[in-house]
Design a protein around this ligand. Structure first.
Ligand code: 4AD
Ligand code: MG
Length: 462
């Protein structure tokens, strides 16, 4: 007989049905004349309780199984007399795929710190928290695809290897085919990239945006969903060296349309997850942060706040707070400022728009005041920046000037400039940090704990 997922057994299969369940033992308890095995297969948070009476020929086998063992159980699913579960499984046969040594299996029945669990990222998916994170990642990914597919966006696949720095921030990982012990140099003693694999410097992408713009100026509405890489050496709870980003890009769209899409997008994701992932969300509400459900409901019920960067600076200066970093028009907002605006001032997500030109990337459209660009960031409580986006500079001359002002080589961006020569059009898009979304949704304090295998400065195990 084929095994049924434990989630299905617990919720829909009628009692008094013969079934097979497979999974890993979370705990084993012996009580009076019974051995109880709590079985989890990752299909849901809850465990299936397996019963083996002392009178059963399986009893000795069952009582020799330990936390972490992989087993299959066939038997009768019966109505459970115990509170909090609809059914339980009376074992008739047990197949042991692999036992786990109780003296060395690190996941024993006690609370482990997230720091410790990071050191065993190959086993932490078997904990309640990480199982729930992985299922919520899956729900969010499905919600995101559904949102765009229903609106006629085409999912495009942008390259991971690139020669251009999209954000112009110099946070690139270099990619080379060389043996680094022996790097070719030219007569002047400089590194000779002409001899490297691509014949020029190459990097891991920091964003798929520039290629998404190519596609949007042909397919009108597109989005990416892929990994991006940043060599920023910031050891914070909100930065990863490798993270997933979702980047919609729309032709015939301005900043207003971009902000409207970002708001509808986040609301839709939360609506979907409240529907499909409510038991996992409730777990985070109970165990991690008791505002998780309130946050989710507020997102779908209340419109976001919107304010210009200039207004945000005024509000920060009026706040009477003593921030670590200075607040002045022209300076970038630090995460403490972003959090004040979202958490304290607005108490909900706030979209800040029209940032000073000098603190934003070259591709953002210059406003009529020539001091600001049509950029927008969605800032949320606890996390700060969740989304960054803009209307793009579609005017050839202005774009060329911006590239030069920022010290970027227009020759590298020749194709990007071409888009402004042939059928240029107002267009806009944004990038959502997938892990920041999960942090915001679950209340998890550290971004390393919402991605299966975090890559951070000095961290690349697994
Ligand atoms: O604001 P960013 O740098 O914007 C871009 O990359 C644009 N090209 C997006 C676009 O307009 N298509 O990054 C977008 C988002 C941020 O708001 C943040 O949520 C996330 O990506 N992010 C990070 N997440 C984790 N670790 C990091 N090091 C991140 N850097 C950015
Ligand atoms: Mg940003």
């Amino acid at each position: 007989m084929q095994a049924t997922p434990i989630q299905t057994l617990l919720t829909t299969v009628a009692p008094d049905t013969p079934v097979v369940a497979q999974g890993w033992i979370r705990t084993r308890r012996e009580l009076k004349d019974l051995c109880f095995l709590e079985l989890n297969d990752g299909s849901c948070l809850a465990n299936l309780q397996v019963l083996v009476p002392r009178s059963s020929p399986l009893y000795d086998l069952a009582s020799g199984l330990h936390t972490g063992a992989a087993i299959g159980v066939s038997g009768q699913l019966v109505a459970s007399p115990a509170q909090g579960q609809r059914v339980e499984l009376q074992a008739e046969t047990i197949t042991v795929y692999g036992n786990a040594d109780p003296d060395s299996y690190p996941l024993q029945k006690k609370r482990h710190s997230f720091e410790f669990l990071r050191t065993i990222a190959h086993l932490r998916p078997r904990t309640n928290t990480f199982g729930a994170i992985m299922r919520l990642r899956n729900h969010c990914a499905m919600a995101i695809h559904r949102f765009f597919q229903e609106r006629g966006f085409v999912w495009i696949h942008t390259p991971i290897l690139t020669a251009s720095d999209c954000e112009g921030a110099g946070e690139l990982f270099t990619v080379t085919g060389w043996n680094l012990q022996n790097i070719p140099r030219n007569e002047q003693g400089e590194v000779d990239f002409r001899q490297d694999f691509f014949g020029r410097p190459a990097y891991l992408t920091v964003s798929g945006q520039l290629e998404a713009e190519i596609m949007a100026t042909a397919l009108s509405k597109v989005y990416t969903f892929g990994p991006t890489f940043r060599a920023e050496n910031s050891n914070t709870s909100r930065h990863l060296a490798e993270f997933w980003m979702i980047e919609p890009e729309m032709a015939f769209c301005d900043l207003q349309g971009d902000m409207d899409l970002a708001e509808a997008f986040l609301q839709d994701i939360f609506r979907y997850v409240l529907e499909k992932g409510s038991s996992d969300l409730e777990f985070f509400q109970k165990r991690i942060d008791n505002t998780v459900l309130e946050t989710a409901h507020n997102i779908i019920q209340q419109p976001f706040e919107r304010m210009s960067y200039t207004e945000a600076i005024t509000q920060l200066q009026k706040s009477g707070k003593s921030f670590t970093y200075p607040v002045a028009w022209g300076l970038d907002l630090q995460s403490e400022h972003e959090r004040y605006l979202a958490e304290e001032l607005c108490g909900k997500p706030v979209i800040v728009y029209d940032y000073p030109t000098q603190i934003k990337a070259f591709y953002m459209r210059l406003n009529a005041d020539e001091k600001t660009v049509a950029a927008m960031d969605v800032l949320v409580p606890r996390v700060g920046e969740l989304i960054g986006g803009s209307q793009r500079e579609e005017r050839y001359d202005v774009l060329l000037q911006r590239l030069e002002n920022q010290g970027l080589d227009p020759a590298v961006y020749w194709w990007y400039l071409d888009l402004r020569r042939f059928g240029t059009v107002p267009h806009a898009g944004f990038g959502l940090g997938f892990e920041r979304l999960l942090q915001f949704m679950t209340g998890m304090g550290n971004i390393r704990d919402v991605i299966p295998f975090p890559r951070t400065p000095d961290g690349i195990d697994f």
